[in-house]
Design a protein around this ligand. Structure first.
Ligand code: NAI
Ligand code: 15L
Length: 264
């Protein structure tokens, strides 16, 4: 039996980095975005869908025959309250409803460090901030991520769907600033983390941090390691190259001071 994984927001930064990294024998990646996606290469087990994740009919169709969903789609930075609610919160509800109706057993929700961006960095103990630290959003965007964690909890408790919310740190090819030395999730580690979320026999509902094994880590790795994640990268190797800067007192860094509701 082939495993089919639906990835929303597949044309974005993380989705693009995952396309080759989540390729497996016996697996089909169904990629969905409202932005254009490169077509499948010869021999690549990829299906592409151009659709809006806020469209219930499109999502119902996209979830047919799917084993698990990696929900990356949505506004990935600050935006107006209206847009943030419509795409990140209502949109995630639409995705979860489609998952429930199609009988999909598992979903990974892309939460963010900005759900807890106002957590003071000096509150991180030796093991780092626990992954289930109560939300302290730094933006409307952060509020939307806290909301989808709650929505995910509801869909697990009511319908038994496995829901893993990953509070992703900073997932790019490389860290670009001092903050990134703490919060970097390397693309290779992101793939290891998603694989751990996909292969755990019965994860239930969890909130975990998504970071690499960074020397300057502020976030606990214990909860993700409990799922089987074994990170291989450390942002420290980029320390000499990143821009110098004054470290923020809060996890969310520049998001905690940027104007609310203005796209950045
Ligand atoms: P991105 O902005 O590059 O990608 C998001 C994708 O979602 C885009 O391709 C966009 O076209 C698509 N999208 C937006 N609205 C849509 C809609 N209504 N229907 C269909 N597609 C839609 O973001 P990135 O960096 O790839 O992040 C992916 C997810 O991970 C996002 O949910 C983001 O909030 C979260 N995240 C990312 C972090 C990072 O460091 N890259 C850190 C923390 C969380
Ligand atoms: C996020 O949640 C954003 O999606 C991403 O673009 C980065 O800003 C990241 O957080 C970060 O905190 O570096």
């Amino acid at each position: 039996m082939r495993q089919r994984i639906l990835i929303t927001g597949a044309a974005g930064i993380i989705g693009t980095m995952m396309r080759s990294r989540l390729r497996r024998e016996g697996r089909v990646l169904r990629l969905l975005d409202r932005a254009p996606l490169p077509p499948a290469e010869p021999g690549e087990a990829v299906e592409t869908i151009t659709a809006d994740l806020t469209d219930p009919a499109a999502m119902a169709e996209a979830c047919e025959g799917v084993d698990a969903v990696l929900h990356l789609g949505g506004h990935s930075r600050e935006n107006s309250w209206t847009q943030t609610l419509a795409v990140n919160v209502d949109g995630t509800h639409t995705v979860l409803e489609a998952i429930r109706q199609a009988g999909v057993g598992r979903v990974i929700l892309a939460s963010s460090n900005h759900a807890a961006g106002f957590r003071p960095v000096d509150a991180a103990g030796p093991g780092g901030l626990p992954a289930d630290s109560p939300a302290r959003p730094d933006t409307y965007y952060g509020v939307s991520k806290a909301a989808i964690e709650a929505l995910g909890s509801l869909y697990h408790s009511r319908f038994g769907i496995d829901v893993i919310c990953i509070r992703i740190g900073s997932c790019f090819e490389r860290p670009s600033d001092v903050r990134g030395l703490s919060l970097w999730l390397s693309p290779d580690d992101a793939a290891l983390l998603f694989e751990a979320c996909l292969s755990h026999p019965s994860p239930g509902y969890r909130v975990i941090w998504g970071v690499s094994a960074n020397t300057r880590r502020l976030c606990s790795l214990a909860e993700a390691e409990d799922l089987g994640y074994q990170p291989q990268d450390d942002a420290e190797k980029f320390a000499a190259e990143v821009e110098a800067g004054v470290p923020s007192p809060h996890l969310g860094g520049p998001f905690t001071t940027a104007p609310l509701g203005e796209p950045n």
